[in-house]
Structure formats: structure tokens, C-alpha cells
Write a protein that binds this ligand. Sequence first.
Ligand code: FAD
Length: 424
Amino acid sequence: MPINRRTFGKLVIASIGSTLAPAVLARPLARVVVVGGGAAGATAARKLANSKHRIEVILVEPNRHYTTPFFSNRALAGLQSLENFSRDYLKLTSADGIRVIHDMVIESDPGKQTVRLSSGADLPYDRLIVAPGTGLITKNIEGYNSTSQQIFPHAYNGSSPDQWVLLRNRLQEMKDGGLVIITAPPRPYKCTPAPYERASLIAGYLLKHKPKSKLLILDSKVEFPLMDAMIEVWDEKFGDQIEWVSADFGGAISGVDNNNQSILADGEIFTPDIGNIIPPQHAGAIAHKFGLADDSGWCPVNALTFESTRQTNVHVLGDAIDAGDMPKSAAAAHQQALSAATAIANLLTGSNDPVPKLENACYFLTEPGQALVVGGRYRVDGGKIAGVEGYSSDPGESPEIRQQTARKGEQWYADVTQAMFGRG
Ligand SMILES: Cc1cc2nc3c(=O)[nH]c(=O)nc-3n(C[C@H](O)[C@H](O)[C@H](O)COP(=O)(O)OP(=O)(O)OC[C@H]3O[C@@H](n4cnc5c(N)ncnc54)[C@H](O)[C@@H]3O)c2cc1C
């Protein structure tokens, strides 16, 4: 049955029964449909649903649980189980009154202001939020095809746990003396320091459990954020066990051979026991299908409201956008969503509530209980996001400072996941 405005209203009233106050049952002023229940989509949905305005919110997300990509490197290294990073959408319905539909959005009709689900149902909207995260670009990796992800798990894209489980199992099964290769993509991609945090934590796991093993990072870049501090830790802690090969020394991946499980970089063939290939990225597929992405592969927006510059009444958030100076991180996606939700409510209701400022702070473990931070504050200038000030951990910091940073990171994760998915 197609879900239209009238049937949806009936469903909501039927499901919430007659115990609620009349104000709650009042006809909504407007409907916002959110595509994607990740860091950006879940935040925006909750913020709009809990606003003082009568805005009906429908969230469409295929997965029943969201496995937070952020902090997931800890699960790969066995520091915490993957279940610790899983969040349920149920509370968004029970506590926030959001209608969560577990399905994929597959088409849109901007003229009619509807999106179609893979079930065939059409959802009308007054404003649409598209927050699908990233998609992988594999065309420049020769030999990479649909089976390659099973051979070289990326454990990087999407929010279902399968890829993480695959890579974790491989690490546990690998013999002592094995070779692990992580390939790091060119910018821009989500969470630039994350492959290096991953390298640190996996190297720590190998040192403890498979000390004859080695980890090689093949990089398509010549530098990365927090590089000096990270390499200092690697030198001190792991010595020859970890090696970073930058693009100017032949680190850029160019092909794979699925049958031989080998990786080609700068004419050299590597045959690791585990290949964790993190491909280059662009905006998630649905953003391309909707015509929201430009030639850069990302979606241009007016950062005052996060409305697409290519389609009216459609807002794009999180990793999928061209965010100017702001990185692609959960912290950034969350802040953008708070800002956009306020702006959208203002647009729909004619209010003038202050739009929160844009900030980012990302925390990365070098080893259990020791972390680095990188962050910044931003302003909107001519519709684009521009950096105001930035900061990052220095090399040579004391273990006490790194411990404090790790504690702040734990607190950030607890706070931000609660803000996205409700109290745990
Ligand atoms: C290993 C790793 C470590 C990281 N560490 C950090 C960190 O320490 N700090 C930090 O701030 N960030 C970190 N990040 C980055 C962070 O996870 C992302 O920036 C953030 O998740 C982006 O949020 P998003 O909502 O844009 O996308 P996502 O969180 O990827 O969510 C997108 C959602 O959209 C859904 N979706 C896609 N297409 C459709 C469709 N057609 N219909 C319906 N739903 C759809 C997907 O199922 C998914 O749930 C890390 C990322 C990785 C991979």
C-alpha cells in the first residue's frame, strides 16, 4: 500500500492510541522525510521530532541496528566487542515519535516532492533530508569487482557490521608471522586519520597475540593528519613491525588479483595474509541517483541551511556533502545535522531560532587508553564552510595528556551516540 499523508496520519494515531494529550494529536504543520539513519540522519530526525514545532518525521534506513563506524577500529583490534558499537532504532520511535521505516529509498520525484521506497511505497515530503554517507569508487583499482570486498574487506563503508566481522575474523584466524596490509585512499574520504588509528590498534593486537607478524600501510597520499604524533608512537612501540609506504615511495594501490589475493602498487605485487583495502570514496549512491552530487562526486549545499544548491526543498548532510573546510566525521555530521534541523524548522514554521555553530573534534587511539585529538571551529561564508581555528595533538605529549584525551573521547562517544539514538 502506498503511504500517503492521510494514511500515515491514521497509522500514527492508531499506534499512539488515545492516551496522549490533544496537542500531540494536532495535525502536523509539515512532514520531513530523512534518508539514512547514520550520524547525520539520526541526529537531524531526533532534533526535528523533539522541536517545539509540530513536524512529522519519517526516517528511512535499511538496517535495524546502526553499527557506529566511528570507534569501530577498537572492535577490529579486539579491545571491545562489535556489539558495543551497535545502536537500536527502536527508541527513535518509542521515545521520539519518529516513524522509522526499514527500507531503501530508490527514487525521487522532486516535482511531486515524493521519494519511492524499494517496497514500492511513495512518501510525500515538505522537506527531504538526504544523509546516505559515502559510496566506494573502485573503478581505478584494476581487477576489483563485486567479490573483492569478501577477499579484501574494507570494514569502512556503510553501517551494517558484516565487513567488520569479516576483517576481525581474518585477524583472529591469521597465523603468527602473517602480513597485514591496509591500503589508505586519496583524499577526500571519511575520517582521514581513521586508517592510521586502525593501523596502530591492529599493530598492538599483533604485538600481543602474533608477535612475528607485520603490518604494512600502502598509502595513496604523502601525508595524513596527526602524522608526526602517530609515526612517533609507531617508531617507539612497534619498530619494524609496522611500515608506512607513502604514495611517493610506491604506496598507491592500482590493482588487485582476487584469485591470488594480491595487491598491485606502483608495479610491485604484494601478497598479504590479510588485505584491508579501503577504496576511494564519493557521496553515497542515492545522492548521485537523485542528481545531488556534482562532478567532484560530492553534494554542494548552501551551508546556512544545508539545502542542496541543485534541488530545492532537499537538504544533504554528513559525509555526502562538499563540506568545505570541515572534515567528513561523525562529529561534523552531528553538528551539521543540529544546524540543518534548526534551519529547516525555521524555514517550515517561519520561526527564527538560533542555528548552532559548527564544530568538530575527533579522537583516535594510538593504543588502549592513549589518544590523539584533532578538531576545529567553522563559520559559514558565502554559503561555504570555512575554518575559523583548528587544533591537534602534538608529538611528544606525556602519557597523562594522552590519557586525558582518551577519556574526553570516551565521553564524546557516550554523549554523541545518546544525542543520535537516545539514552542507552
Ligand atoms: C573506521 C572508522 C573510524 C571512524 N572514526 C571516527 C571518529 O573517531 N570520530 C568521528 O567523528 N568520525 C569517525 N568516523 C567517520 C564517521 O563514521 C562518519 O563520518 C559518519 O558516520 C558520517 O555520518 P553520515 O550520517 O553522513 O553517514 P553514515 O553514518 O555512513 O550513515 C549513512 C546511513 O545511510 C543509510 N543509507 C544509505 N543509502 C540509503 C538509501 N538509499 N536509503 C535509506 N538509507 C540509506 C546507510 O544504511 C547508513 O546507515 C570513522 C569512520 C570509520 C570508517
